[in-house]
Ligand binder design. Structure first.
Ligand SMILES: [Zn+2]
Length: 80
């Protein structure tokens, strides 16, 4: 990825950059770590998702919910 676009952070005076960052979602004791594309603030926790970035977040959330219910729905999950 060679995008160098930046934008001001809406939460602080920092600079946001496009990139991929490891994110972890948890649901009822299950957790899933995945690579989340989006805008990430250089100062830490702030992040903005736009467009297809949300597809990753949605997929991760659905996945971890399915794991909590013991009914995996995505090929991300290995069968036991
Ligand atoms: Zn910020």
């Amino acid at each position: 990825m060679v995008e160098e676009t930046t934008r001001p952070c809406p939460s602080c005076d920092g600079v946001m950059r496009r990139g991929v960052q490891e994110e972890t979602v948890t649901f009822q004791g299950e957790s899933l770590t995945y690579q989340q594309p989006g805008w990430h603030c250089e100062n830490g926790d702030d992040g903005v998702l736009e467009g297809s970035d949300n597809d990753y977040a949605d997929a991760a959330l659905h996945e971890v919910m399915a794991r909590a219910k013991h009914s995996p729905i995505s090929p991300l999950t290995r069968s036991h």
